[in-house]
Design a protein. Structure first.
Length: 292
């Protein structure tokens, strides 16, 4: 443990005395003597070279430094309490770590998770939503975009890349779009090119045979979900992946202003760790069944 952290047996008496406003009441709560509480607080003050309490006749008051320390100590003790409680309450269910990028977690996984879990044996699910691939690759099961090659995992393709423009019906009524070239004059909501295999407007327009420098970009974001939310709000035209947008298109909240889509060699995959336990393998099968 780092040497700059005071011992826990000094922090707990300090927190109790600060919370209760009394060394005596802190001693009663911790089942020690009042002098033991006082000595530990003085030792903590000596270690920090800072007065934590103003001592009066049978009263104690936190100094500004004491109040600042109390905030951190209280948060740390709460985290420790929560962690130990979770360990004590852990039952015998196996744990499965399931990872997905943020768009897949919200748009594809959430609607399918309940039936998949219903078909699986009892388990404790750790769900990780992240756009950092290295973090997702710590999972037993992950939903990832790419070419399908992840060493140590078996990959099953969920759907291909078919990327197309979407906007609200209201925006389409105000700015009719009939051909890909019409998009050059439309307000575009773009996605930062932070991942080498993700598509943005520059790539999409180029693949369609258009010059992206002629386009009008209204806003740019590093979040695919923020891009879709902006489109849902009627701000402009966004790009969408076909396999993630069924509900928006079915409900009519978003529409495809033109039929053209750009496809790539990439796609979304469910990947399963080769060394995964049987319960993770069953959940993976259930998710694949729910995908059909």
């Amino acid at each position: 443990m780092p040497t700059h952290l005071p011992p826990l047996d000094l922090m707990e008496p300090f927190e109790a005395a600060a919370r209760l406003g009394s060394f005596t009441r802190a001693a009663e709560e911790l089942s020690v003597t009042q002098s033991a509480i006082s000595q530990r607080v003085r030792k903590l003050e000596a270690l920090l070279d800072t007065a934590l309490f103003i001592r009066g006749h049978r009263t104690i008051t936190l100094t500004p430094e004491g109040r600042e320390l109390l905030i951190g100590v209280r948060a740390a003790l709460q985290h420790m309490t929560a962690a130990t409680r979770a360990l004590r309450q852990r039952d015998g269910r196996p744990r499965v770590r399931l990872g997905a990028d943020t768009s897949m977690a919200q748009l594809w996984l959430t609607p399918r998770l309940a039936p998949a879990l219903a078909d699986s044996p009892p388990l404790m699910l750790d769900l990780i939503a992240s756009d950092t691939e290295s973090e997702l690759l710590t999972s037993d099961i992950a939903l990832l975009h790419g070419a399908g090659n992840w060493p140590g995992y078996t990959a099953t393709r969920l759907f291909d890349d078919a990327v197309f423009p979407v906007c609200t019906p209201d925006l389409l009524s105000r700015a009719p779009l009939q051909t890909p070239e019409d998009l050059l004059a439309a307000p575009l909501i773009d996605l930062d090119y932070t991942h080498w295999n993700w598509m943005n407007w520059g790539i999409w327009l180029t693949e369609t045979g258009l010059d992206p420098t002629r386009a009008t970009t209204l806003m740019r974001t590093n979040s695919y979900m923020a891009q879709l939310d902006a489109a849902r709000a009627g701000l402009g035209v966004a790009l969408a992946w076909e396999g993630q947008l069924g509900d928006d298109l079915t409900s009519g909240r978003l529409v495809r202003p033109i039929d053209h889509a750009v496809t790539t060699p990439f796609g979304y995959y469910l990947i399963l760790r080769d060394s995964a336990e049987p319960v993770a393998r069953q959940l993976a099968r259930s998710l694949l069944d729910a995908a059909t």
